[in-house]
Design a protein around this ligand. Sequence first.
Ligand code: SF4
Length: 379
Amino acid sequence: MAIAIRKSDDIRLSLESIISELSFIPGKRVFIKPNLCGRAPIKPGENTSIAVLDALIDILVRMDCQVTIGHGALLGSEEQKTTFCETLEQSGFVKYMGSKHVTIINIDELERDEVILDGLAFHLPMSYFANHVDTYINLAKLKTHMETQVSLSLKNQMGLPIPDDRVNMHKYGLNKYIALLGSVIKPDFNIIEGFPAMENNGPHHGTPRDTQLIAGSNDMVELDSFICRLIGLDPTKVEHIKLANEASVGKFSDQSVTRQFRELVIPDFKLASREYRYGRMMRAYPGYSCSMCISAVNNAGKEFKKHPIKYWRVLIKSIISKHPINIIFGSPDGSIFEKGRNICIGSCAKELAEAKQSVFLDGCPPKQSDVIEFIMKNI
Ligand code: SF4
């Protein structure tokens, strides 16, 4: 196991030298899983950098590889689903359609095999990997994440199970299942790129930060823990990385590696908070929500801002209110909202709503229009 890292604006050179240092020799058929999580309008730092992917494809083609890029549709509220084709169009990845060097596939359409992980059924493209892929490259982004603290190589694999499995991961133990996923599908090579990275409240509400960093390793735990240390986060306190280490998916990087690269440490990298503020008094807590509830609540927030006259009461309350107003969704940890008025949304928050005797809107996912009406009524 080893890590290689480069900081340079020459992406191609960085990748070539990482590949050479780690003696990585890909097989003929290479499958790349990028990270596309942004919905229009997409912020820089939400998605895999096209410049990095272009450089990687170019290197692989020159090594005589056949390159396949795989991604699926994005989860969303009933009103805002992002299909595979829309994901490609919005991200700019549509340019790879029809390329003579690259095939792009919708992984939601691949044949699936059932795999049980700690009592939960997953539907994974195991036969596809076994029969059609010689080398699997996990191309992840350097990003913070409001639910899992970071989204790096382990988290990037969440795009492999079918959408229903992904929803179940959020419902029944996001960190545990991210870790266990790494025990059944192990990439041959992992790359994390920060062209740009995303700090603050990633993966959607963060701020792009151009780090010019690219790192590679064959071990997801080692690579993710190393990157955590570079951005000032103790990886032993990042639940999914800690669990992956315990499940022997890989091994924490040695602290001495970080010392070796101390000039690359970003001490002021802003980490994610567990809350998103609307005004002075209103906060949204995504807990371990999947993107369906996130879209419904986000889009409700956008509607409030877009129509200030119609929703004047919500806007006034978000600034002037006797108590904080907490919008809670997605299996939250109850201990963080001791004060204020709790408005619980979506079936994952039902237990907490009952325990705290809070108002509750059922649904999985709840409709965006119902979320708007519910917040208006209960604020
Ligand atoms: S209730 Fe919301 S967060 Fe929970 S699984 Fe359903 S849509 Fe996702």
